[in-house]
Ligand binder design. Structure first.
Ligand code: MN
Length: 287
């Protein structure tokens, strides 16, 4: 079991700030840098973001590790680590949300006794889905940096502008009864939803019916990643911004300022081998 008491509690974001909220990076460091550059940030030769180059705060929606090449995952962790402490020196400008991959990597590299790490099944899973674990086990400095970022991650963040407009951010979609709640059960649901690979014959809308059933025509948005999609998927107030960068598609972000949502994205830059997947489309119904 992950000790959810170690996880930071969720938090409310200052509404006077504006935000760039980036979906699942999975080692796509070149695309992350490009997305920040095209949104006004300057990055110096040492990889440091100039805090005065943009008034936006950065939020990563979780799953910045795994799937990418080891080299790119290492660069991603270094970039996030150095800029996390650099940008947050005077005030909060960089936030991290916990993804299921950060959660699992943490459990592997801290030898979570409930994981039964030595079992062939776990070893196979580690090799197949959690390739950052091996890298961090070989590089103790990088592992320390990852552990510090893991400790800083939030299960949820909420931007509550007024009674008509709010945006709740989590890594995975979840039922509203768990959304922005602070207990171990809710954290689990906000970090990971039902596995698609274990349910290959069911559509995503069948697997997580609560998402479209609970969707409402209002401006209390729930924005999440986790379910890699070919494009940004929105149904009413539910929005998925994981557009499959590491699968060779695009890295996307939500831009949030006052009562307005905007979106941007950048294509996969082919600086590493892309992963493969079959799209299982969210909100794949006529509406
Ligand atoms: Mn995920």
């Amino acid at each position: 079991m992950l000790d959810y008491t170690l996880l930071r509690k969720g938090a409310y974001l200052p509404c006077e700030d504006e935000y760039i909220i980036v979906g699942d990076v999975h080692g796509c460091i070149d695309e992350l840098r490009q997305l920040l550059l095209q949104n006004g940030f300057h990055i110096n030769q040492d990889g440091l973001i100039d805090p005065d180059s943009s008034s936006k705060s950065i939020i990563l929606l979780g799953d910045f590790v795994d799937k990418g090449s080891e080299k790119k995952i290492a660069q991603t962790i270094e970039f996030i680590y150095q800029n996390y402490y650099h940008l947050n020196r005077d005030k909060s400008r960089f936030y991290l949300i916990m993804g299921n991959h950060e959660d699992m990597i943490y459990r592997y590299i801290t030898n979570d006794p409930s994981l039964d790490i030595k079992s062939p099944k776990r070893q196979e899973e580690k090799r197949k889905y959690y390739n950052s674990a091996d890298l961090l086990e070989r590089d103790s400095e990088l592992k320390e940096k990852f552990l510090m970022l893991h400790r800083e991650s939030f299960p949820w963040l909420k931007y509550l502008y007024d009674e008509h407009f709010s945006v709740t951010l989590t890594h995975a979609p979840c039922q509203e009864q768990y959304l922005a709640k602070d207990n171990a059960d809710a954290y689990k649901k906000m970090i990971k939803s039902v596995s698609r690979s274990k349910n290959p014959n069911r559509t995503l809308d069948e697997l997580i019916p609560y998402l479209h059933q609970e969707a409402k025509e209002n401006q209390h948005y729930h924005v999440f990643g986790h379910l890699s999609q070919p494009n940004i998927r929105q149904y009413k107030n539910k929005i998925c911004i994981d557009t499959s960068a590491i699968y060779g598609n695009r890295l996307s972000c939500l831009l949030l300022k006052e009562r307005a949502l905007d979106f941007d994205s950048t294509p996969f830059l082919n600086q590493q081998k892309s992963a493969t997947q079959q799209y299982n489309l969210l909100f794949d119904f006529a509406y």
